[in-house]
Design a protein around this ligand. Sequence first.
Ligand code: SF4
Ligand code: SF4
Length: 383
Amino acid sequence: MAIVSLQKCGQYDNKIIKEKILTGLEQIGFSLAELKNKRVCLKPNLLMPVNPERAVTTHPEVFRAVAQIVRDYTDNIVLIESPNFFPLKPTIKKAGLAGIVDDLKIEVADIKVTETLKFPAANRYKSIEISQAFFDVDYIINMPKLKTHGFTYYTGAVKNLFGTMPGLSKSRMHMTAPSPMEFSEFLLDLYGGLLNGFEKPKKLIHVMDAVVGLEGDGPGPTGKPKKIGAIIVGDDAVALDYVAVNLVGLNVKKVLTITQGFKRGYGVKSPDEIKVIGESLEDMRINDFVPPKSVLSGGIIWPLTSPTVKNLFVPKPVPRADSCTLCYNCMKICPAGAITEADGDKVPRYNYRKCIRCYCCLETCPEAAIDLKKGPLRWLMPT
Ligand code: SF4
Ligand code: SF4
């Protein structure tokens, strides 16, 4: 049985958020005394350098509250996170965390040094290179933001752990695991490794920022902030994601890290083994949360690997000349080499025969200048 604490929290007020997180930790049965003099990792979502109001990154008040709570028990706190390809320190600053890191004397890890996390029981990825800093810690406090995701439909507790891998190695994973199913299985191998693969085992606690989430075409600035009014706390990432997805009325069957996660059984194996404490899920449910338009039914479209067939069915990323600044972030992150310079045009050139529809370009574009255009036969596919 996994307990997930659902707390009502309508604003980013330090006192209120701290109280909600403390209640959540108590409700899931976590004793803060365990943290005494331990080395604790804080793992927010810092996808890219954007203002907190864009709801792309973990809000600084959630980060501050968790850091203050931990600081009462240990001085040994380290922030470990890897933005997609932006440098970490400017990202911390833009996301509003720099003052908190300084005030609370939080170490910022060098994420570029890596070590191999070995997990022989993984389905496919038995060795994964992650930031070495994770090997030294005793606890990982994962602080995901509740967001939609163009490729995986939803991103939360399991997906936020992808940031344990440094920089561009993340987007390159899309080439070895190009379908949502393969990619979700990879994420679960990583999650299993973080739970069971360290010689010095770590405890993972998840504190989700769902005060304001991101709907529409997330997880980057193309998504739209959406007030949800919740803080969710748990120690089983799959169970917490199940509660979060239900809270915003998304289709659980499309979240393959949940459906496959139940089958893995690293924690709970079904919704029957999840107990929600605190507020009632039904009372807090959001009924008008907008899903991403890129994702159809999980797994169905992805046998369509032929570029021609894919172009007919699967939405493609199309840059808009009215907003594009030719920064070429999209080109730098594209794992398929499908984007080249504008060469006289107002936007970069996209080769849709090469494009694997990972939507890394969309999530990285700082101007939200990339739209999704439906394939001409998209209407034939189930939603
Ligand atoms: S990332 Fe966005 S703004 Fe930058 S070149 Fe690509 S489409 Fe244009
Ligand atoms: S063009 Fe965009 S969606 Fe296509 S492979 Fe490159 S990054 Fe992924």
